[in-house]
Design a protein around this ligand. Structure first.
Ligand SMILES: [Zn+2]
Length: 211
């Protein structure tokens, strides 16, 4: 999907949406005013090794606006810069594959794209790691950010994801926002059940609730 996006859309700064040169990621103004990078959040363990979620940013107003534009306003081209920054975040690390949190098919049809998949594809392209759709949903779930408590979020996604057999592959899992990390936990559990040897998670923004 990312191959034709460049044909249709010029490259933009993922944070503010201004046009940038092909060699740039953030525009000069956004690059100077970067929000703080959050601490990593512990998600679980696979094979006795801790699984962390690392993020580019704390979830604050400018990042929130940028992600809402990417997700709901059709500005999927913001995924290019964020995906490339995610690639830089894991530079030098080796994984057998990059994957992403899947969307329900009907929601993806309405939106036209899955922003987590786009992030994974740009990240994978930077890191030269293949991107594979190994996770899938096993049942319908309500919209996660509309759940009122962490407990409700956890119940909403518990057992809602499964993964195709992984035969010992190490996996880098991408998503756009992690708030309570319950979706990532459910996905990591599915990857572990499917035989992943290692899992690490990355996302654009991590909210205070996850820290
Ligand atoms: Zn900018």
């Amino acid at each position: 999907m990312i191959r034709w996006m460049r044909v249709l859309f010029p490259k933009i700064c993922p944070m503010c949406g201004e046009a940038v040169r092909e060699t740039e990621i953030l525009c000069a103004a956004c690059a100077q005013d970067l929000p703080q990078r959050p601490k990593k959040a512990l998600i679980g363990e696979v094979n006795g090794r801790p699984v962390y979620c690392r993020a580019l940013y704390r979830y604050h107003s400018a990042v929130r606006r940028a992600l809402l534009q990417m997700k709901f306003a059709g500005q999927c081209s913001r995924a290019e810069g964020f995906g490339q920054l995610l690639g830089a975040l894991v530079a030098g690390e080796t994984y057998d594959l990059v994957t992403y949190v899947p969307m329900e098919a009907y929601r993806e049809r309405i939106r036209g794209y899955n922003q987590a998949r786009l992030l994974a594809e740009y990240c994978g392209a930077v890191c030269s790691i293949p991107v594979k759709p190994v996770l899938y949903k096993t049942r319908h779930t309500a919209v996660q950010h509309e759940q009122e408590s962490t407990g409700a979020r956890a119940r909403n996604v518990e057992g809602a994801y499964a993964a195709h057999p992984l035969n010992g592959a190490s996996v880098l899992l991408c998503d756009d926002i992690a708030t309570s990390c319950t979706t990532l936990r459910s996905c990591v559990h599915a990857l572990k059940q499917a035989g992943a040897s290692e899992v690490q998670c990355i996302c654009v923004a991590l909210s205070g609730r996850a820290l």
